[in-house]
Design a protein around this ligand. Structure first.
Ligand code: SAH
Length: 225
């Protein structure tokens, strides 16, 4: 499979500047998040079919392969800001999808371990991230409710879930270091964005913030070949 990386163009740069201005108006203040989103061409992650200003509409999620979505820019910015990332932190991401969120985390100097359950999406995005030279992104195929077998016993500074989980997966909380943060949309019909501060090993020491409504494709069990 060959990877198509279309060149950036002045019009895309202008659309990104406008997107970032809107994100600021909507309460995104983390400069590192804004800089990463200003820099990274979003059209690299959706293929040839969509090279439109819609890509840079802060509220527009778009369909990608396997009936999945690339999260809307506002959601990417919001979830990333909630992580309070510092350089070199390890992040476990559930739902690689297009790889856009993964690349934003890489631009912020995180080391990213990202999992996708759809094999075609996994293969395509793994190849794209490698072609873009994001060597600190590690892609896995699986359902990730308990992490991935390849990284057994590895603990992460942050966990970011980009699909709607039925409940907070205990297997994922186990992989989060004490002092770490998980950002996760939870719920079936109606989802809420939760931020969980793991202040100790026991669930009684997990401080949960409910940050409002969320809307993501569901987090499903099993991988899909
Ligand atoms: N971060 C992605 C969002 C993709 S949508 C982006 O910006 O493009 C969420 C993705 O989660 C979908 O690709 C879906 O297939 C995947 N997914 C759903 N359940 C999963 C699971 N249990 N483990 C891993 N990936 C999962």
């Amino acid at each position: 499979m060959s990877v198509l990386i279309l060149p950036d163009q002045p019009k895309y740069v202008a659309w990104r500047h406008r997107m970032v201005a809107q994100l600021k108006q909507r309460g995104i203040t983390d400069k590192k998040v804004l800089d990463a989103m200003d820099k990274l061409p979003r059209h690299w992650f959706v293929g040839e079919t969509l090279l439109d200003h819609i890509l840079y509409d802060v509220d527009q999620a778009l369909t990608i392969d396997c009936g999945q979505t690339i999260s809307k820019p506002y959601t990417v910015a919001w979830q990333t800001q909630l992580l309070e990332l510092k350089p070199m932190m390890t992040v476990f991401e559930v739902g690689t999808g297009s790889g856009y969120q993964t690349a934003i985390l890489c631009e912020m100097k995180a080391r990213v371990y990202t999992v996708e359950r759809h094999a075609p999406l996994f293969r395509k995005t793994k190849e794209l991230l490698a072609a873009l030279r994001y060597t600190q992104a590690h892609c896995f195929l699986g359902d990730s409710f308990n992490g991935v077998p390849e990284m057994k016993d590895f603990m992460y500074d942050r966990v970011l879930v980009t699909c709607g989980a039925p409940e907070v997966p205990e297997g994922l909380m186990k992989l989060l270091k004490v002092g770490g943060i998980m950002v996760i949309p939870v719920g079936n019909e109606e989802q809420r964005m939760l931020r969980i501060f793991k202040e100790g090993e026991s669930p009684a020491q997990w401080r949960i913030e409910d940050l409002g409504d969320a809307k993501f494709v569901p987090m499903l069990e099993g991988r899909n070949f």
